[in-house]
Ligand binder design. Structure first.
Ligand code: MSP
Length: 475
């Protein structure tokens, strides 16, 4: 697979509330991919986009509850996102907000084009609406009229006159593009689900709302606003036009998200692109959905975890590591917070941290006779890590790095260099140094600060015993 450039996106998150670790999980993973491709293709050939989804009834309701206008409210909550991504060392190149007037204009024009082409018509919609998901469900897709993703939301029947997009007509084109791999839905079992669902038959979708004022008005009928999902999906496209020098990045190589919103990204998105003759993204990847100690994260259960709390406890790289390795990427999983401490101590404080201080101690005062400072920031990552990332297995890549950490630990334990003479030690220590530097080079895209600290310890002249990288937590 030879790529020249890499455009990667996360979902744009709703600003009805502050970010939680579900949002952090996707964004950290996207950050890993972006950092990897920057090493491979050069910084200027990667575009990593994240942002916020700010229109629609969900956000409007949250603003009302907070006693603010939607604009004041979104301007406030967006900072929570900006702050947390900065805290987590997320390297996004741009941040898009759907309330950006430049985005609004592109969305309006896109819809006018669909309308002029005859792909939009007026009709009446009736169905069960979930404000949490901002979408309609058929009764069989619900759990006794409660949303499967928002168990505390009873779906309400809504009926209104709005505009429809001819999704049915385009679904066969999407299906054929998907079957011919003109764009890919991954992991492959997700593709099968999407193909199966399209084959069952698709209805047209309503793309405007009469009763929602917080949105982009339809150009030809100002009494309606554009359905928040259509507005939101178009961020991926509008960003390439809004931000300087990004036009060359269209179409995206990777739209990353969880399976909850795959349907929009794997069918509806491609349908509107095909309808307006815009080229399709390369890959739509849906990772799994995780629960916390067996329960869905929800406000009413009170188990929503703020990434800032994790950072306070485990540091930035500790949080990145614990989330990235919490369960298999691509599959559903469960996160057990009680296991975090154990894992932090075992893998970070005792594993990597101890190994680094052990090697630093062994290298202290040893005349190395050769310089380790050949390392430069454009040294490529190992082929194994490259393969794992290209196969969308960031957690497996970390397992591989940790197997190297264990191997090095064992070989030091076996060599018992502390029992050797200075001369004998001199033969072994450079080998350890080379290996720990290789480990740090591989860690760059996952735990950037830790990797840099390790590289600084071992490649900038004389090795001194460093501060511990990860403080051990009392059990
Ligand atoms: N605004 C829409 C997305 C529009 S994109 C054009 C939206 N926002 S959201 O705030 O609800 O974010 C959903 C996404 O957050 C998921 O697809 C996933 O990336 C992430 N996650 C939220 N909770 C999660 C879990 N419990 N598990 C895994 N991912 C989680 O949908």
């Amino acid at each position: 697979m030879s790529k020249k450039q890499f455009y990667i996106t996360t979902p744009i998150y709703y600003v009805n509330d502050k970010p939680h670790i579900g949002h952090a999980y996707t964004t950290i993973t996207a950050d890993v991919f972006a950092r990897f491709w920057r090493l491979k293709l050069g910084k200027e050939n990667v575009f990593f986009l994240t942002g916020t989804d700010e229109h629609g009834s969900k956000v409007q309701k949250a603003a009302e509850t907070a006693g603010l206008s939607p604009k004041e409210f979104t301007d406030k909550v967006v900072n929570e996102y900006l702050d947390v991504w900065k805290l987590l060392n997320i390297s996004n190149d741009e941040f898009i907000r759907t309330t950006d007037p430049r985005h609004e204009k592109i969305v309006s024009d896109f819809l006018v084009k669909l309308f002029d082409r005859g792909y939009i018509y007026k009709g009446v919609y009736k169905g069960l609406y979930c404000v949490g998901c901002e979408r309609f469900y058929a009764p069989e897709e619900t759990k006794n009229e409660f949303c499967i993703y928002h168990p505390d939301i009873k779906l309400t029947e809504q009926k209104e006159e709005n505009y429809f997009f001819k999704l049915k007509e385009f679904s066969s084109k999407v299906l054929s593009a998907l079957e011919k791999d003109e764009y890919k839905v991954l992991p492959s079992q997700r593709k099968n689900e999407i193909v199966g669902k399209i084959k069952q038959g698709i209805n047209d979708i309503s793309i405007s709302r009469a009763g929602v004022s917080w949105g982009i008005p339809l150009t030809w009928d100002k009494s309606q606003t554009i359905y928040v999902w259509i507005d939101a999906l178009l961020n991926y496209y509008s960003a390439t036009k809004i931000f300087d020098g990004k036009e060359k990045f269209w179409p995206a190589q990777l739209h990353l998200m969880a399976k909850d919103i795959l349907w929009f990204h794997a069918l509806i998105w491609e349908a509107i692109l095909i309808a307006n003759e815009v080229s399709l993204p390369e890959v739509v990847y849906a990772h799994g959905f995780f629960t916390i100690d067996g329960q869905k994260m929800s406000k009413s259960i009170g188990n929503v975890i703020d990434p800032k709390d994790l950072v306070n406890e485990y540091g930035v790289d500790g949080t990145r590591y614990l989330l990235l390795t919490a369960f298999s990427f691509g599959y559903d999983g469960d996160i057990s917070l009680s296991k975090f401490k154990e894992k932090y101590n075992a893998d970070l404080a005792n594993g990597l941290g101890n190994l680094v201080s052990r090697i630093a101690k062994l290298s202290e005062g040893v005349e190395l006779g050769h310089s380790m400072s050949k390392w430069t920031s454009n040294v490529q990552i190992s082929a194994e890590i490259g393969e794992y990332i290209e196969q969308y297995k960031p957690d497996e890549a970390l397992k591989f790095i940790w197997s190297n950490i264990k191997k090095l630990d064992h070989s030091i334990a076996k060599d018992e260099p502390w029992k050797l003479t200075e001369e004998e030690k001199l033969k072994l220590v450079p080998e350890y140094l080379k290996k720990i530097v290789d480990i740090a080079l591989d860690l760059r895209v996952f735990l950037p600060d830790t990797a840099e600290k390790i590289l600084n310890i071992f490649t900038s002249g004389e090795v001194k015993k460093p501060e511990p990288l990860f403080m051990r937590k009392p059990q």
